[in-house]
Design a protein around this ligand. Sequence first.
Ligand code: ADP
Length: 235
Amino acid sequence: MSAVLEGRGLRHAYGATPVLGGVDLALEPGEVVALLGPSGSGKSTLLHLLAGLLRPDAGEVWLAGERFDPLSERRRSDLRLRQMGFVFQLGDLVPELTIAENVELPLRLTGVRATSARAQALAMLDRLGVSEHAHKRVSEVSGGQAQRGAVARALVHRPPVVLADEPTGSLDTTTGELVLEALVDAATAQGTAVLLVTHELRVAAWAHRDVLLRDGSVLGGAGSGVAVAATAVGA
Ligand code: ADP
C-alpha cells in the first residue's frame, strides 16, 4: 500500500543547530502512528516539515502521491486545507463561533454549500458524541467537549491525514483517554491516517505503531512497541 504522507531523508537545522539529521517516516492509509520523543527532540519541527509549514534543508515530503515540499506557499496551503486535518492542544477553535460552525470551516473554505456543510458537521459531532453541544460557543462547553469539536473539525472533510500535536495535553487523564478513543475510532473508520505527536506513553498506546525521535533520527517504526520499549528503558 502506498503512503499518504511520507518524509524521506528530512534534515533541518535552526541556524547552526541541527535538529533532524535525515528522518524517514511514512504513514499508510488508516493507520495511527505515535511520534514519541523527549521535549526538544524535534517532534514539532518534523510535524511542521510534514505539514509544509517549514521547508526541509534536505529531503522530500510526499502527500497523497505528490511531492509537496517544493510547491508554492499558496499551493501548499490549498493542499493542507483539503488533504490534512490538525488537532492541537486546547484552544484552537474559533471562540466567536459555535462548535458546529467551527467544524463546518474546512468544508466552507473548500466551497461546500452551507446546508451540506452543516449536515456533515452535525454528523461528525454526533459520531464523536457531542452533538448536543453543537450550537454552543466554545466558552460554554468543557475542555473535553471542545477538544472533540476540534477532532470533528480535523476529520469532517475526510482528509487522508490528520496531524495531532499533543491533542490531550491539556486534558485530565480520563477525558484525554475518551478523546483519544473518539479520534482513533473515527479516523480509522474513514481511513484517515493519524500522526499522534506526544511525549506520553499512555497516549502512544492508542497508536497502531510508534516511532521514537532521538538524536535527530527515528528509531522503531517497523512494528508496534519498539519505540515505547526504547523509551521505557531510557534508551
Ligand atoms: P519538540 O517538539 O520535540 O519539543 P522542537 O521541534 O520544538 O522539539 O525543537 C527541537 C529543537 O529545536 C529544540 O532544541 C528547540 O529549542 C529548537 N527550536 C525549535 N524551534 C526553533 C526556532 N524557531 N528557532 C531556533 N531553534 C528552535
